[in-house]
Design a protein around this ligand. Sequence first.
Ligand code: HEC
Ligand code: HEC
Length: 203
Amino acid sequence: MKSLFRKIFAALASACLLTAWTASYAEMADLLKKCTICHGEQGISEESAYPSIAGIPVAVQVDAMHGYREGTRDCGPVMEMCRISEKLTDEEIVELSEYFAAFPFIRAKQEFDAQLAAVGAHLHEDYCEVCHGDSPDHADRSILHGQWMDYLRYSLSQYKIGARKQPPSMRRQTEKLTDEDIEALIHFYASYGAEEGEAASDK
Ligand code: HEC
Ligand code: HEC
């Protein structure tokens, strides 16, 4: 009798789990469609204004999403990040971030000016590399090497006018930069563009 009860209980429990799993899977798929439209199927965006988010550490993504949702980070030129994050729960934010973080970052192939990139290389070394180096030591940071130029240009302009908060230790470096320096840095990061289809994770 006892074992029959157990069997029924086990069957019921697994049926419930399956339903819950199917439901959350379907919900997740719906949710993902709201992101991939701009950020690409696997977090690799095809538009320069939309950052690729594949491979960006979970903590950085979660922090960004909270910033948009709680209004401490500017929502960008399309305002979509405000509208979308407003409806997300903390759990959904973590799940989405884990999803996109699991794909390799593919550096965007972009046209850049080699002379400007060379100037940018020196600026990067002097002011940015200590935190944004292209090595596993910096795998806990967002990815700049091979990120889309329009997105970087927008971010750096937002930092400059104070619309997006930056760590004080970063501000001490970015405030030394002229507009020309910023442009040079953007060309330097773009110069890391991969050959078509080549995955080049910064991790
Ligand atoms: C209409 C286009 C659009 C949609 C849809 C969209 N995003 Fe974004 N996303 C952007 C833009 C533009 C930015 C850059 C905003 C800024 O300047 O901070 C951004 C920024 C981000 C960032 C920060 C990246 C970084 O490097 O700091 C994350 C994380 C992100 N989006 C995740 C998502 C997720 C998850 C979804 C779906 C729930 C989503 N986005 C839907 C356009 C979009
Ligand atoms: C003391 C460490 C530090 C220094 C120096 C620093 N940064 Fe940052 N930077 C950060 C942190 C922390 C963040 C926010 C979290 C993250 O994106 O990893 C950030 C974010 C950024 C972002 C936004 C990335 C995104 O995906 O939205 C850009 C662009 C950026 N930094 C550019 C620069 C440039 C260019 C320099 C040099 C002039 C620089 N930073 C110097 C620590 C630093």
